[in-house]
Design a protein around this ligand. Structure first.
Ligand code: HEM
Length: 438
């Protein structure tokens, strides 16, 4: 058991307050820690950087350098095994039976794998994500964002998650994939159901409801994929169905690979970006000086880009993702056995004082702003990061052009977060504002 001294050594200037946390007595799975984990992360970074969390039965990787070691060595730290172990802790057998019976099959995630299989899948997936294509999207995304903000700019108040973040990301990803607008109001629920499978917190009853939602999602995707097999269009589903690589033996994706890949894009692109958009509004509402900086940066592409990176550093939407050791290995002073289940805490490493001084401050002038780890690094680095950055940049610009005096309509301590170790996502964020007149 480790007791934390808030003045302990090892932190840079403005160290994050570790409070009175005694690491052995609490778990990341405790609801109050899960919702407000900053002090817990600080305690781990200082005292026990690769901390065994008994309740989760996982080692929590909390320091920047250790996380880099893990993501750069996929042979020792397997994503595939870590992911499967995470998945299996949610009533997996029963879940599997339901989706086979009612959802067209159980489709394992082909991207959540290790090399060499992952290398082939990643190449084919990237073909649907060329930078060229994302750049071309800016005017279209701007139109979607402007249209959405205009729909509520004179209302003076909204609930951010349901009226802005989710509708925006859903509209963008549906257009990209080529899914019709009739699915838009389904996708929020589908995303949560898929994300819950690695969140480690679902009850049996919730699993049954999530399985029902996932069946519905898969049936929708299968119908669209079959359609694009017959008739390609200008969309990502068609790109994936018809993607070709130079691999002589296996140049295309099979149907069993396309279904879960489209599912992965829909979900990974949705929950994460929506969370980042809610975080953007939360920061604008609680830090007027940052809102002012954004208003001044609105025509400066370079500053807007930095703004998005610092937002992602300060509030990374993906909190923790899994790996599993394939052999005994030492990490951050801890000897890990083979098959140790790890949770990589992106949120903690972005707060690591040895890399980012005064980490809880929003600082557009950081010299190393690009080192933030919200998108991870190595072979699994987020494949959708250019799309995500584009959406965030456009949203930040269009919000500040149209709205001012953004404020929370609830007290900060009333903000609730979804109960999952995988993301740190605001559940509801009521805000007030006025239309900008100048
Ligand atoms: C702010 C928004 C986003 C954040 C914070 C984010 C974060 C991440 C992170 C941390 C990973 C790394 C996983 C690991 O190392 O284990 C990842 C992977 C991935 N992301 Fe994102 N993501 C975002 C948006 C998107 C979007 C828009 C898409 C697609 C439309 C997407 C698709 C994926 C996929 C398919 C992977 C798996 C890549 C692989 O394993 O090779 N993400 N993302």
């Amino acid at each position: 058991m480790v007791t934390i001294d808030a003045n302990a050594q090892g932190a840079g200037s403005c160290p994050v307050d570790a409070g009175n946390i005694t690491l052995g007595e609490v778990s990341l799975a405790d609801p109050e820690i899960l919702a407000r984990p900053t002090a817990f992360y600080a305690a781990m970074r200082r005292e026990d950087p690769v901390h065994y969390d008994a309740k989760l039965d996982m080692y929590l990787v909390s320091r920047y350098d250790d996380l880099q070691t893990v993501v750069r060595d996929p042979a020792t730290f397997s994503l595939e095994r870590g992911y499967q172990a995470q998945y299996a802790k949610g009533f997996n057998d029963e879940f599997r039976e339901i989706v086979i019976r009612d959802g067209g099959g159980f489709f394992a995630d082909p991207i959540m794998t290790d090399p060499p299989y992952h290398t082939r899948i990643r190449k084919l997936l990237e073909s649907a994500f060329s930078a060229h294509r994302v750049k071309e999207l800016e005017p279209r995304i701007t139109a979607i964002v402007a249209d959405l903000i205009e729909s509520f700019a004179d209302k003076g108040q909204i609930e951010t998650v349901s009226e802005f973040s989710v509708p925006l990301t859903v509209r963008v990803i549906c257009e990209q994939l080529g899914l019709g607008r009739e699915y838009e109001n389904k996708i929020g629920g589908w995303s949560l159901a898929v994300a819950a499978q690695i969140g480690r917190m679902q009850t049996h009853e919730q699993m049954l409801e999530n399985a029902r939602q996932i069946c519905e999602l898969q049936n929708c995707l299968i119908a669209n994929i079959r359609d694009r097999e017959r008739q390609p269009r200008e969309d990502m589903i068609s790109d994936l169905v018809h993607a070709r690589s130079d691999d002589e033996e296996n140049p295309t994706l099979s149907f069993e690979e396309v279904v879960p890949l489209v599912r992965a894009l829909l979900i990974a692109g949705n929950e994460t970006t929506a969370t980042a958009l809610s975080n953007l509004l939360m920061i604008l509402a609680t830090q007027p000086a940052v809102a002012q900086q954004l208003a001044e940066a609105v025509d400066d592409e370079r500053l807007l880009t930095r703004f998005v990176e610092e937002l992602l550093r300060l509030e990374p939407p993906v909190r923790g993702l899994a790996r599993m050791t394939t052999r005994e290995v030492e990490l951050g002073g801890t000897l890990l056995p083979a098959n140790a289940h790890l949770l990589l805490l992106f949120a903690s490493v972005n707060d690591d004082e040895s890399v980012f001084p005064c980490p809880r401050e929003f600082d557009l002038n950081r010299s190393n702003i690009g080192r933030q780890m919200a998108f991870s690094a190595g072979i699994h680095r987020c494949v959708g990061l250019s799309l995500a950055r584009m959406e965030l940049k456009v949203a930040a610009r269009e919000i500040v052009k149209r709205l001012e005096n953004i404020q929370l309509a609830i007290a900060p301590q009333e903000i609730n977060y979804l109960p999952t170790v995988a993301t740190h996502s605001i559940e509801r964020l009521p805000i007030t504002f006025t239309r900008r007149r100048n």
